[in-house]
Design a protein around this ligand. Structure first.
Ligand SMILES: C[S@@+](CC[C@H](N)C(=O)[O-])C[C@H]1O[C@@H](n2cnc3c(N)ncnc32)[C@H](O)[C@@H]1O
Length: 228
């Protein structure tokens, strides 16, 4: 699955499918919790679909909600690629327990339990390190990246910068809100002639690569065809 010309981001049928069908299923069966609204996960689902074939990577996986969603979207819409998860899974931001769901450990046992519940093990790879360590070691290419790990200090900008080098289509950033000013600043600091901020709503910001250039190219082609 891939599109000839990507469009500026717009929530479409995959967003609706995710919000009405897939997210209620994840919400009811996932052990632990989800950290965003269904509409935020719906935007991620639409971006995964729009990015097309290729590997997905996320910094910050917690109990696995976004990783399960990414896998289910790839399975349902026949999109090639693995789901790479980067999270130390050693508690919640270094705390022994997640303050919202203290009875559910943030560890690899819970993560894999959820992966098994949704039967998506084939898709998922897990690297139990911080994104800062992962960024220093690995340099693979992904079609889409989801930044949802450390939301403070220089981490969001460094995570997004690494994604800009290693992602070919979409970067979805979570906790784009005014309680997380470092995330907001990092997103603004990442917009350039290659990366366009194509969507902001809820807790989500989306950056797309080369979209203006490709839209201009598509427009020029259409004009040329009509002129004949
Ligand atoms: C907001 S949660 C992720 C939620 C997940 N994406 C979901 O949809 O359920 C953030 C996670 O990032 C982890 N984390 C914290 N610092 C990190 C870092 N530097 N690199 C990767 N993950 C990190 C936290 O421990 C936590 O599990």
């Amino acid at each position: 699955m891939s599109s000839e010309y990507p469009t500026m981001f717009s929530p479409d049928s995959v967003f609706v499918d995710a919000v009405t069908n897939i997210m209620p299923e994840i919400r009811s069966r996932l052990k632990g919790r989800l950290t965003g609204l269904d509409s935020d996960y719906g935007l991620l689902a639409q971006a995964i679909f729009d990015a097309g074939d290729g590997d997905y990577i996320e910094f910050g996986s917690l109990y696995g909600a976004s990783a399960v969603l990414a896998s289910l979207i790839k399975n349902k819409y026949n999109i090639a690629g693995i789901v790479m998860c980067v999270d130390p899974l050693d508690g919640y931001y270094g705390r022994e327990q997640d303050p919202v769901t203290p009875d559910v450990p943030v560890d690899q046992a819970t993560f894999w339990h959820n992966v098994d519940t949704f039967d998506v093990k084939d898709r998922i790879r897990l690297s139990m390190v911080k994104s800062s360590d992962f960024r220093n070691i690995y340099d693979n290419i992904y079609s889409i990246g989801f930044v949802d790990g450390n939301h403070w200090g220089t981490a969001p900008l460094k995570d997004i910068r690494w994604m800009q080098k290693n992602v070919t289509s979409h970067i979805v950033v979570d906790n784009y809100d005014y309680c997380h000013q470092d995330v907001v600043n990092a997103v603004y600091g990442s917009v350039d002639s290659i990366w366009t901020l194509t969507h902001v709503s809820g807790l989500t910001a989306i950056l797309q690569k080369d979209v203006e250039f490709k839209l201009r190219k598509a427009f020029a082609k259409k004009m040329a065809e009509e002129a004949v």
